[in-house]
Ligand binder design. Structure first.
Ligand SMILES: Cc1ncc(C[n+]2csc(CCOP(=O)(O)OP(=O)(O)O)c2C)c(N)n1
Ligand SMILES: [Mg+2]
Length: 547
């Protein structure tokens, strides 16, 4: 193949891997490459004004497409800015292909301005980090990075691209990366053993995470849960792994407190863990939260997470869809009539409970501006929208009115890094230009990445944004109240650093200054009008809802 400059060939490689959009923020050491990007056909660059924003948009785009996304950062300083967001991509298993320029291999010994060990910086927040130093290993390295990013457990990868290496002629073949298929089923003997361990449980539970949605195993999960009559808890779940309306779905175990999760899972005598890890809390229980005699089966493609902290009786490194389908088949054949009847009774009880809860579902927040806004939005759209949820303490209200039902229609923040909601919505909207996408963020969280609105306007990405404005870091108030209770410290005023009440932030004004439009909602009737304006507005629009 005829040799061409590496900076141009690299773009051909990205395109061969289906990476036709690059999110980023530029710098001088990437200038030659970005020049080539401008000239390239069928390849676009989405400009963000800060690297956290670029990383967040790329993350949202990858989550919404289900594929990889390409992120360009500027040298060590840009990578440094992006690292908090890359951490959440790592925790959430987003396949991001991250590249950054450096001045050139020829300058390595100089330790000059901008020089830094990019690979060492990227390593803790990526699955794989490397630097290309040979002109004829640029494409090979990118292919390897793409393969690693997309192979479960998925995650971000990093490739440093020195300017002099990209300026040289490159004669590598342009070929798509070969990503291995991982739809592997466990052996019949292993599935039989799993069924044996779980079939006799009288209080079975299933703990699920995003490994279920990645393998498209929602239907198989429901089949197994119904056969066992098992409650399903979501653990570290940020996608739709089971429809919100399914009677066996019991919600999330939570990200903060181990004792809370233990309370939920501690009585179970049969535990099936699928596509997640136990447990994701910031303050987990150090002892196993399961009953000593509980039988625990863990299915995941991510073998690292199986029995990571607590022993299991059986671990299956297998694809959740394949494994659950096989397990459902065996349970169908082997469950005795009394066991089936008991499982059906448990499912029945949960179905009745759910119906009752729906009937008495009124709560004191229902008349608030936020509730009216959400109810109106649900009515006007018939629930046909994509929600990117970083509403934090307002999230329960958001999901009450806009329940996560269909895979792909709901993405929850993950990994603990604030500022995911608005960029995430921009990425999801770019992935689905014909859908309505609404990003929800707290007043605190939104301010980490507010510039995402500018990017949306600049590139004609018509996402909508909602600030859940309580003028505080409310989650921190809630958490410190728990800390006081645990230590018997008397309640007192919350730390001043958790307060955002002054000076007041004019979120709608801020949206306008970035080229979007916006409105503030203080009263319930204003909420109804705001939904109308938001839906009618032809571009990015922000609603600041006072809580
Ligand atoms: C990058 C980053 N900085 C700080 C924090 C710590 N933190 C966790 S929750 C939170 C408050 C979020 O406030 P807001 O978005 O307004 O939501 P609310 O809790 O009020 O619902 C903070 C500051 C974090 N998780 N990530
Ligand atoms: Mg807040």
């Amino acid at each position: 193949m005829e040799a061409t400059p590496g900076r141009e060939r690299l773009i051909e490689q990205f395109k061969a891997d289906g990476l036709k959009v690059m999110f980023g923020n530029p710098g001088t050491v990437e200038q030659g490459f970005l020049d080539a990007v401008d000239a390239a056909r069928d390849f676009s660059y989405i400009l963000a004004l800060q690297e956290t924003v670029a990383a967040g948009i790329a993350d949202g785009y990858a989550r919404a497409t289900g594929g990889a996304a390409l992120l360009q950062l500027h040298s060590g300083v840009g990578l440094g800015n992006g690292i908090g967001m890359l951490y959440q991509s790592l925790r959430g298993h987003t396949p991001l292909v991250v590249v950054a320029g450096d001045a050139g291999v020829r300058y390595d010994a100089m330790d000059a301005q901008m020089a830094s060990d990019l690979v060492a910086m990227a390593r803790p927040v990526t699955k794989y980090a490397t630097r290309v130093t040979d002109r004829n290993s640029v494409l090979r390295t990118i292919r390897r990075a793409v393969k690693i990013a997309l192979t479960p457990p998925r995650g971000p990868v990093f490739v440093a691209l020195p300017m002099d290496v990209l300026d040289e002629l490159n004669s590598e073949p342009v070929l798509p990366a070969a990503v291995p298929l991982t739809d592997v089923a466990p052996s019949p003997a292993s599935v039989g053993r799993a069924a044996e361990l779980l079939a006799s449980a009288e209080r079975p539970i299933v703990l699920v995470g995003d490994g279920v949605s990645l393998s498209g195993a929602q239907r198989e999960l429901v089949a197994v849960a119904e056969l066992l009559g098992a409650d399903v808890y979501e653990v570290d779940s940020s996608e739709v792994n089971i429809a919100a309306s399914h009677p066996l779905r019991r919600g999330q175990t939570g990200h903060m407190f181990g004792p809370h999760s233990k309370e939920l899972v501690g009585a179970a005598d049969g535990v099936l863990i699928v596509g997640t890890y136990v447990f994701p809390e910031v303050f987990p229980e150090l002892e196993s939260p399961f009953r000593a005699d509980a039988k625990v089966v863990h299915i995941d493609l991510n073998a690292y997470e199986i029995a990571k902290n607590h022993p299991v009786d059986l671990g299956l490194a297998a694809d959740p869809k394949q494994a659950l389908r096989a397990l459902a088949g065996v349970l169908e054949r082997r469950l005795t009539a009394p066991r089936r009847a008991a499982a059906a009774a448990r499912l029945d009880a949960r179905t009745r409970e759910r119906a009752l809860a729906l009937r008495s579902g009124e709560d004191e927040q229902d008349g608030t501006p936020m509730a009216v806004f959400l109810r109106t939005l649900a009515e006007r759209t018939g629930g046909d929208l994509i929600v990117f949820d970083e509403a934090l303490t307002t999230s329960p209200l958001v999901t009450k009115y806009l329940p996560p039902e269909r895979p792909g229609d709901y993405h929850l923040t993950r990994g603990g890094s604030l500022g995911v909601g608005f960029p995430g919505a921009v990425g999801a909207q770019l992935a689905h230009p014909d859908r309505l996408v609404v990003g929800f963020a707290g007043d605190g969280g939104s301010m980490y990445t507010y510039q995402a609105l500018w990017t949306a306007v600049r590139h004609g990405i018509n996402a909508k944004f909602v600030v859940c404005n309580n003028r505080k870091y409310r989650l921190l108030d809630d958490n410190i109240a728990q800390y006081w209770r645990e230590r018997e410290i008397p309640e007192h005023g919350f730390p001043g650093s958790f307060d955002l009440s002054h000076p007041e932030i004019d979120f709608a004004g801020l949206a306008r200054s970035l080229g979007a439009d916006g409105v503030r909602v203080e009263k319930p009737d204003e909420a109804v009008a705001a939904v109308g304006r938001m839906l009618a507005h032809p571009g990015p629009f922000l609603v600041d809802v006072q809580i």
